[in-house]
Design a protein. Structure first.
Length: 100
């Protein structure tokens, strides 16, 4: 018996009907399609490299980065502090920066 995306969506929506209101979700908020972006986001939050996420999810382009960018804002909240305090480097005045 083949399991179709519509079957998964139906099962998700039944579950959300039961537990969703306490979490702020409506059945119309979920579908089989949303599992792809949610899984990619979970992998990103687990520090899995985006190249591996793209391979695992069979993303054919960098379109997944659009989903990850929107969903992973909590992951990026501390980046500016890390950039400023995360290493020992010196900027030397009047030096040419190599261009690639």
């Amino acid at each position: 018996v083949a399991i179709l995306p519509a079957d998964i969506t139906q099962a998700l929506r039944i579950a959300v009907t039961i537990i969703g209101p306490s979490l702020g979700f409506l059945p119309s908020d979920v579908s089989a399609r949303c599992l792809r972006a949610a899984g990619a986001t979970a992998l990103l939050c687990a520090d899995v490299d985006t190249c591996h996420i793209q391979l695992l999810g069979r993303w054919r382009s960098d379109e997944m980065l659009r989903y990850l960018h929107l969903q992973a804002q909590p992951l990026m909240k501390d980046f500016s502090r890390k950039m400023l305090h995360g290493g020992a480097f010196t900027l030397i005045p009047n030096q040419l920066v190599p261009s690639y």
